[in-house]
Design a protein around this ligand. Sequence first.
Ligand SMILES: Nc1ncnc2c1ncn2[C@@H]1O[C@H](COP(=O)(O)OP(=O)(O)O)[C@@H](O)[C@H]1O
Ligand SMILES: [Mg+2]
Length: 262
Amino acid sequence: MTSSTPVLQISGLTKHYGGVKALTDAGFSLMPGEHAAIVGDNGAGKSTFVRLITGAESPNAGDIRLDGRKVSFASPLDAREQGIETVYQTLALAEDLDVPANIFLGREITRLNLGPLSILNHKAMRERSTAMLSTTGVKIQDMSESLRGMSGGQRQCVAIARAAGFAKKLIILDEPTAALGVAETARVEQIIKGLKQQGIALIIVSHNLRQVFELADRVWVFRQGRIICQRLTSQTHPEEIVGLITGAIDPASLPSEAALVC
Ligand SMILES: Nc1ncnc2c1ncn2[C@@H]1O[C@H](COP(=O)(O)OP(=O)(O)O)[C@@H](O)[C@H]1O
Ligand SMILES: [Mg+2]
């Protein structure tokens, strides 16, 4: 494996639900440390793509390669174990548990491993949670409080800190700020910029073009169940991306670098 091997490389990825062609022959690639944005109108196939590369569903056809190695995911847990962490718009966090319990949900640290009778190592989980949150700059006053009293932004920060702490290969964020206010969105964007500095590869699905241009190196445009082109954000502009999303601009009219290279 060399540094020119993509972290994630996808070809021919296809998912049809009966007659609905949610995704057809999708090609995609992501280099180490790269932050990519996925854009497209409602129904363009973005969430389907995310579900296929995070093990939530299986494709009808296509290849997924992680660090050059062909993989298939039996479940989201399987994808996590192979290094892919996902943060969804609707959070998979437990309201009644505190921050460390949420961060280690499903992968608790034990002092004594006796299956269902295991003794949890709360101290180790609290310490590692504090360390994970501090790398994201998130401050939680009282780690032993349940998530119930926290704002949407604080919870999203916990979810991203958890993903960042465990991601071995890449983090996928599906509309991470769609439900957040302006200040909370800014906080989450700061965290994403921190992940860029740490060299963690990331894919973000977003409707917010300001956010896309601020955070992403490259943008992939989905339209009617296909990935129609990719552009470096430094070589395009929001109007062009809007034109590609709506169909007003034909991707064939773009410079050849925009073509899919997967
Ligand atoms: N489980 C499903 N069953 C049937 N159709 C689906 C299912 N999931 C998605 N679709 C359809 O696939 C298309 C792509 O959906 P989706 O991936 O959710 O788009 P996006 O996230 O870009 O809005 C839409 O036409 C949607 O209605
Ligand atoms: Mg979606």
